[in-house]
Design a protein around this ligand. Structure first.
Ligand code: AMP
Ligand code: GLY
Length: 427
């Protein structure tokens, strides 16, 4: 089977690594990919948002499976685009239609959906442009910190958490009246702050049946001890000790099943990954957000733990028989440390050579993210998050030791990374 993955980050590198292992895979393409994806797949210069261009490539290269890495093409309707054309009836698409992608594309839709399904989530209210006075009045009824969310996609930056009422009011005004996040913040969800530990739960579903994939925790802040600015993710671990069988049972019964039932009730077909970002509040799971794709950098820790053939699972998903799939999971601890450009998540320089990748141990996984090959094929930094270093070990302390020893071997000018990924979960 010929497979095309859309995207260029660490997540897509990890997907390419995993899909390349399948005996079903013949030609594997990543568009546009990065300087590392070439190890497992062929990079092709396509824009994932240019559906016509993707279509031409699919026809020319007889692609039978399309795996959509990021959310944008899904929210913009890439699945619907192919569904509308009878020539692509047999194309296996991993990722939901536009309707289902609203779970990520509109925070308002997601909150109202959860409310209809009785799924535990933070209390909230939604306000539109022109309702600033009402929105401010609602803020006054809440306790700090204040959580403000732009309704639409805002490149992962649309959530603001403000400690003072004055700051929250100012941010609200910027969002609603001055379109701080463009059209995405014409509607704002204001919600109750949940205090707890976050967990990323991943589900692969055909809309009826589902498989819960290994859970993960990501580390969003730039600084050690979870301090400083938010980033796209500085590292991840999988499994997560507190997500034991009892906790995951609650997640399955209170969140996963009701979500799929509600999708069914609302006649929203769904085929692909569903990522549930949740907060563990004193042992009880609450949904913070849905995403309609895998997480980054969680995928980098999750994929190495999936032992079963993921291509087979995608085929089963397409044929509505995911229940027949038996997913085997490696019980070992995966730990991923992200190496980032100096200055990130603020301004940073690009174009530095990534050195030492040939020195890492053979059982270490290097998933490139923001890298680009130069004319000779050497990797140059081209983004904030540059490279994910991943190892598997018997337990968390050994995984930390192993990954950080490998991190030492790699380098580029200005490189920064957090030295405490996993530390909070060591007992
Ligand atoms: P997002 O950019 O949508 O991934 O959300 C950013 C982050 O904001 C989440 O990962 C949480 O850390 C935090 N967050 C979002 N909603 C809440 C909430 N209701 N209570 C506490 N933290 C939240
Ligand atoms: N790691 C969080 C995300 O992918 O949205």
């Amino acid at each position: 089977m010929n497979i095309l993955i859309l995207g260029s980050g660490g997540r897509e590198s990890a997907l390419a690594y995993k899909l390349a292992q399948s005996p079903r895979t013949e030609s594997l393409y990543v568009a546009p990919g990065n300087a590392g994806t070439g190890l497992w797949a062929q990079n092709v210069a396509l824009d994932p948002l240019n559906f016509a261009q993707v279509k031409d490539f699919i026809i020319e290269h007889k692609v039978e499976m399309l795996v959509v890495g990021p959310e944008d093409p899904l929210v913009q309707g890439i699945h619907d685009y192919f569904l509308a054309d009878a020539n692509f009836r047999d194309l296996i698409i991993v990722g939901p239609c536009k309707d289902g992608a609203r779970l990520e594309g509109s925070k308002r839709f997601a909150k109202e959906f959860m409310q209809r399904a009785g799924i535990p989530t933070a209390a909230y209210a939604v306000f539109e442009k022109g309702q600033l006075a009402q929105a401010k009045a609602f803020l006054k009824t809440l306790k700090p910190p204040y959580v403000l969310k732009a309704d639409g996609l805002a490149a992962g930056k649309g959530v603001l958490i403000e400690n003072s009422l004055a700051q929250a009011e100012k941010a609200l005004e910027e969002m609603l009246e001055n379109e701080m996040f463009g059209a995405a913040s014409r509607q704002v969800v204001i919600e109750e702050f949940l205090s707890g530990i976050e967990l990323s739960v991943f589900v692969l579903t055909d809309g009826t049946h589902y498989k819960i994939l290994p859970e993960a925790k990501d580390y969003k802040k730039i600084g050690e001890g979870d301090r400083g600015l938010n980033t796209g993710g500085m590292g991840s671990v999988s499994p997560v000790a507190f997500a034991d069988a009892a906790f995951m049972k609650k997640v399955e019964e209170r969140i996963v099943k009701p979500t799929l039932n509600q999708l069914g009730k609302e006649k929203i077909p769904y085929a692909g990954f569903l990522f549930i970002g949740l907060m563990n509040v004193k042992g009880e799971p609450y949904v913070i957000e849905y995403n309609v794709r895998m997480g980054d950098p969680e995928t980098e820790a999750v994929m190495p733990r999936i032992q079963s053939d993921l291509v087979e699972a995608f085929i089963a998903m397409h044929e509505n028989r995911l229940d027949e799939v038996d997913l085997q999971i490696d019980p070992r601890q995966a730990l991923c440390v992200m190496l980032v450009s100096g200055g990130y998540p603020e301004a940073y320089q690009k174009g530095f050579e990534v050195k030492g990748t040939e020195k890492v141990s053979p059982d270490t996984l290097l998933f490139h993210a923001g890298t680009k090959p130069d004319v000779t094929g050497r990797p140059l930094t081209s983004g904030g998050r540059v490279l994910a270093v991943v190892t598997l070990a018997e337990d968390l302390p050994s995984a930390m030791e192993k990954t950080y020893a490998e991190v030492e071997k790699v380098g580029f000018e200005g490189m920064y990374y957090r030295k405490d990924i996993g530390k909070d979960l060591c007992r």
